[in-house]
Design a protein around this ligand. Structure first.
Ligand code: ZN
Length: 453
């Protein structure tokens, strides 16, 4: 039976009055605000905006293997509350890591029936070369099995498993990546500058409970040297490169030049780099620890400019939770690096973006259109168009609310945003024309599917 969803602000892609006619979970037509045939039941969202459903390309679900950190049920529940209709799961922090089809199958079994929203997997790339840890031969089978692309690290990833690559090893993988045509997502920090800085800080007995010490241990240079080397590799081999969680604005000029040259490079940054600065992080406040680190206020403005100029294509959460005992207040070198933000990311960004003159159409691009392109979903996600699944996010741009533990919805209620009062609230999230989240009574319905299966 057909249904109609009406609002004064439907993102098409500019906000305008319109009505989506939905039949069997698919948008069949988009009509003028009042042009709904009388036999169709209308849900009227008034002034709430209707955005194309949000897509997060950087979520660490951690199940199977570390479900006590986060799991499909809790991560996708938080994502639904955050306005997301689809998340793409990172291949690490779960056990086994998603580096083979067998591991992917274990993940699918673990996820069965748990997901509130849709998901699909990234595969992992580890140490190709002569060593036995290489999974270069697994990449094509992983693509055939539905992996949207691959993630790799150029530095120790924080826990064992997804062994990081040297640049020489990545070079050996580059022709295969180019042939497969899927994006390679790279954690772009080289360990040289970090080892050197950390060694000096330990030698001078620096106080690791100070945020300034942690920040000094992961200098901009680690990102800059990695990104420079990656651009050269892309120029030579023409594989699709995606820089995850860009934290240093100093890399923006070389990324802009590389993109202007036509190299197939995309860039993401995260809410914490855009909405928190080093200056406001208290000593011992490890809920702010992530890698690369949150940098200065001046750097933050540089990232906003890069979003404005299109050098940064999209915003992803890098939702990376852990149990509270792994993030004790105190020394930053002892705490897990990762920030969980699926439920808060979109409003946190809107809160800052609208002050800078950005509109909802910009957020729809950063959180839906561009992420959908990256993970291969642009035929079905990223814009509200007839013929596509009725996946949409209902957002109240003027609504004021405060981030409390019961609004986080993921497993461990740790957040650097606790206590923040935000303008802009996710009111509901619809998947294939059905609500998966409604804010009025915090009701959730699990309707998620594995989009890669
Ligand atoms: Zn991550």
């Amino acid at each position: 039976m057909a249904q109609a969803f009406r609002s004064n602000r439907v993102l098409l892609p500019q906000p305008q009055p319109a009505t989506l006619i939905v039949d069997d979970g698919i948008i069949t037509r988009i009509v003028a605000h009042d042009a709904v045939p009388p036999e169709i039941e209308v849900v009227d969202f008034g002034d709430h905006a209707l955005l194309p459903g949000l897509v997060d390309v950087h979520t660490h679900i951690n199940q199977p293997g570390r479900t006590e950190w986060e799991g499909f049920e809790t991560a996708t529940r938080a994502a639904a509350a955050g306005g997301f209709v689809t998340i793409v799961d990172m291949p690490l922090n779960c056990l086994p890591e998603t580096t083979s089809v067998e591991a992917l199958e274990q993940k699918r079994i673990a996820a069965k029936g748990l997901a509130y929203i849709d998901w699909l997997p990234w595969g992992g790339l580890v140490g190709p070369g002569d060593d036995s840890t290489s999974n270069l031969d697994d990449l094509e089978p992983l693509v055939d099995a539905g992996a949207a692309g691959f993630k790799c690290f150029l530095i120790y990833p924080g826990c064992e498993g997804l062994t990081h690559l040297s640049l020489a090893q990545l070079r050996r993988a580059a022709p295969t990546l180019a042939r497969l045509g899927k994006p390679l997502l790279v954690h772009a920090e080289l360990e040289g500058p970090i080892l050197e800085a950390s060694k000096a800080l330990y030698a001078e007995h620096a106080d690791w409970s100070k945020y300034a010490t942690y920040l000094a241990s992961r200098p901009d240079q680690a990102e800059l040297t990695a990104i420079r080397a990656l651009i050269e590799l892309v120029r030579e081999f023409r594989f699709r490169l995606h820089i995850v969680h860009l934290a240093t604005a100093q890399a923006v000029p070389m990324l802009a030049a590389a993109k202007a040259e036509g190299l197939p490079i995309t860039v993401e940054t995260c809410p914490h780099y855009l909405c928190i600065s080093a200056e406001e992080i208290a000593d011992g406040a490890t809920q702010y620890k992530c890698a690369p680190p949150i940098r200065s206020k001046a750097n933050q403005e540089g990232l906003w400019e890069a979003l404005r100029d299109g050098v940064i294509d999209l915003i992803a959460t890098d939702h990376s939770p852990c149990p509270p005992e792994m993030k004790p207040a105190g020394p930053f070198d002892k705490a897990w690096g990762g920030i969980a933000s699926l439920s808060t990311a979109f409003p946190v960004i809107w809160n800052e973006a609208h002050k800078r003159g950005f509109g909802l159409q910009d957020l729809a691009r950063w959180f839906s259109t561009e992420p959908a392109k990256l993970c291969g979903l642009s035929a079905t996600h990223g814009e509200l168009t007839a013929g596509r699944p009725a996946n949409f996010t209902v957002f109240a741009p003027e609504s004021i609310w405060t981030v409390t533990e019961h609004r986080l919805h993921y497993r461990h209620p740790i957040s650097p945003y606790l206590g923040r009062t935000l303008k802009g609230e996710v009111i509901a999230t619809y998947l294939r024309g059905e609500p998966v989240f409604a804010a009025n009574e915090f009701s959730f319905v699990a309707r998620g599917r594995d989009l890669s299966a």
